[in-house]
Ligand binder design. Structure first.
Ligand SMILES: [Zn+2]
Ligand SMILES: [Zn+2]
Length: 368
């Protein structure tokens, strides 16, 4: 069984279809009674039983960028920062922490080290894999600009040098070129579908650690990641895109501790990603529906999915996406809303609404 995306379609329930081969969670259906919750889901967080996480390219991407320091370093690199001291100045990051993160990002092949002239000093340059994160950052930035600017002008305006226009990139279908909305996408298992034992370290990061995302220059990408960069929050939103909107269904799908799920749902409601709707009395039960803002996270999600598929899936994407509007399987493509050309870092210029030197940071400069 496969299912048509998410969330809140007609009658607020995802529409199942008759394709075969899916082990994904079934689309949300009206349920007469509370479904049973697997005991491992109830107890995994407390007993140390091994949780098994769904293979997910977005999660693989977020495993890297949800580490706030790693994210901030990559962001500064997109502004042209290349040296240890410049990263330190822009982020106020402790030396040992910066050394560790640069080493890790180099091991991950996001950066490569290059020698400069006769000096012993090395610089850090983004690799192709690193540059390819740029569209995901841009998609997150657009989301942050739209929803998290608190009425102020966005921190920066993008100018696309290919067309010379101010650009508000959008996430489009690689097949038909049209923008992609959550409701227009159908999923099925790809060759990399399945589950794997969960690593606990990142998952248990306290959501309050997200404040670190705001270090350094003002950034809409930071604001977006502060909401979903916490791994649990992200997975709860992902389940909503899969049509799981009830507490028990999400608990079962994610096999997480109830207190963590309760905490993340509360945060996501407070942040405007979900709204709560009562669907049962005695006892009172609620379901969690994505708001317009929550639905708008879909673009960044599939942009990050695309990156994870390309670089971390060994040619076996866990999930295949079909665009219902054109009937084709597709990849997410982040394109300029003016000229429709794919966004790459080297083609982008910036108009800043702030003075980067006030943050010890470099102004944007061309990067190659
Ligand atoms: Zn399409
Ligand atoms: Zn353009």
């Amino acid at each position: 069984m496969c299912y048509t995306s998410p969330v809140l379609g007609a009658a607020d329930f995802a529409r199942p279809c008759n394709k075969i081969g899916l082990t994904m969670p079934a689309a949300a259906k009206v349920q007469a009674k509370r479904p049973p919750v697997r005991s491992d889901a109830k107890t995994a967080g407390r007993t140390g039983a091994v949780r098994r996480e769904r293979n997910c390219s977005v999660a693989r991407t977020l495993d890297i960028v949800s580490d706030a320091w790693a994210f901030l370093i990559i962001r500064e690199a997109f502004f042209g920062t290349q040296t240890f001291e410049a990263f330190r100045s822009a982020l106020g990051i402790p030396r040992a922490t910066l050394t560790g993160r640069l080493r890790k990002l180099t091991e991950l092949a996001i950066f490569r080290q290059v020698a400069t002239g006769t000096s012993q000093r090395k610089e850090y340059r983004l690799t192709r894999m690193g540059f390819d994160l740029y569209p995901s950052f841009i998609a997150l930035m657009q989301f942050g600009d739209r929803w998290l600017s608190e009425g102020k002008p966005p921190p920066l305006t993008l100018v696309h040098s290919k067309c010379g226009c101010d650009s508000h990139p959008l996430v489009s279908c690689s097949s038909c070129g049209q923008g992609v909305k959550a409701r227009d996408v159908q999923y099925r298992d790809g060759p990399g579908a399945g589950r794997h034992p969960a690593k606990n370290s990142r998952n248990t990061r306290r959501a309050s650690d997200g404040g670190r995302f705001q270090l350094g220059r003002p950034s809409s990408v930071s604001r977006a990641l502060q909401i979903i960069g916490d791994k649990w929050s992200f997975m709860v939103v992902r389940e909503a895109f899969f049509g799981n909107r009830r507490y028990d269904k999400i608990l079962t799908a994610l096999e997480i501790a109830p207190n963590i799920l309760t905490d993340r749902l509360s945060r996501l409601v407070a942040n405007g990603v979900f709204r709560r709707r009562q669907y049962q009395n005695s006892p009172d039960r609620y379901e969690y529906l994505l708001t317009d803002m929550g639905m708008d996270l879909y673009g960044p999600f599939i942009a990050m999915l695309q990156w994870g598929d390309r670089w971390l899936s060994k040619g076996k994407p866990p999930l295949l996406l079909k665009h219902l509007s054109c009937g084709s399987d597709f990849r997410a493509s982040v394109v300029c809303n003016r000229c429709n050309e794919p966004i790459v870092a080297a083609d982008m210029q910036y108009k800043l609404a702030y003075d980067p030197t006030a943050f010890g940071a470099l102004g944007p400069r061309s990067i190659t």
